[in-house]
Write a protein that binds this ligand. Sequence first.
Ligand code: ZN
Length: 93
Amino acid sequence: MNTCDLCEHIYYDQLAHVLCECEVSSSLRHSYFDQIDTALGNDVKHQLESMDSIDMSLRMLGAPIEPILGVRENNVFLKLSYIFIVKCIRYCL
Ligand SMILES: [Zn+2]
């Protein structure tokens, strides 16, 4: 366990914390989930939001963890995730 230098919450994994939990990245995360909602629909957005931080981070990086999307949807998801990850790394790390 470590403490985040940005928001002072305790985290298990730094990347998962910054991507899925950190208060400092919350506006980026909100924008990312809005884009997911627009591109892939509300059901997919809610499925992704319900995942735990580690699974969601792995999913953003391309691991085949539920929810399983179609090829087109998965490519859109990975593209949006890549843009979000790069923004988070630039902004937070
Ligand atoms: Zn934090």
